[in-house]
Design a protein around this ligand. Structure first.
Ligand code: FE
Ligand code: FE
Ligand code: FE
Length: 165
């Protein structure tokens, strides 16, 4: 019989998943910034790239406080979400619709991260990893804020501009 897996294993595996995802996102954000037309959207991607560097560091701290090695595990979800974003760049790059498409792609990324960090924070609470709870919550707040900022940019005219141009 296979060794019974525990919620500790699940917590560690899910940390590896988001660690892989964050590093993938870190490589992708500069491409999104380059492809964006609106200077505000470019700036938002650049700001979040810097935040993402910090988030990778925070995850390394989480691995450390639980006494486990920081390793990634392929996240098929982020591979797919990022591939869709790259499709937007290929198919809509340089067109009036590119910014609306990039905002939509970026919000899919943020929502994936929000679900992962929400779950990880809850499991860290359950397992009594207090320091990890605080670290995961700090990133969860940044992801939620980024999602809100993208909605504000979309409402502030990026989508309207796409229609008008
Ligand atoms: Fe992130
Ligand atoms: Fe995943
Ligand atoms: Fe993010």
């Amino acid at each position: 019989m296979a060794k019974a897996k525990t919620i500790d294993d699940l917590f560690y595996d899910t940390l590896k998943d988001i660690y892989y995802a964050e590093r993938k996102i870190l490589k992708t954000l500069p491409k999104m910034a380059r492809g964006a037309h609106s200077p505000d959207l470019k700036a938002a991607f650049e700001k979040h790239r810097l935040e993402t560097e910090g988030q990778v560091g925070r995850l390394q701290d989480v691995f450390e406080v639980i006494g486990k090695r920081a390793v990634g595990k392929t996240c098929d979800a982020i591979e797919g979400i990022v591939a869709e974003g790259e499709e937007i760049l290929e198919e809509y790059g340089g067109t009036p619709a590119v910014d609306a498409g990039l905002i939509a792609a970026a919000q899919a990324v943020e929502h994936y991260e929000i679900t992962r960090y929400g779950t990880l924070k809850r499991w860290a609470q359950l397992l009594g990893h207090k320091e990890a709870v605080a670290l995961l919550d700090a990133t969860l707040k940044e992801e939620s804020q980024t999602d809100k900022d993208l909605t504000v940019l979309a409402d502030a005219g990026v989508n309207e501009m796409a229609k008008a141009m």
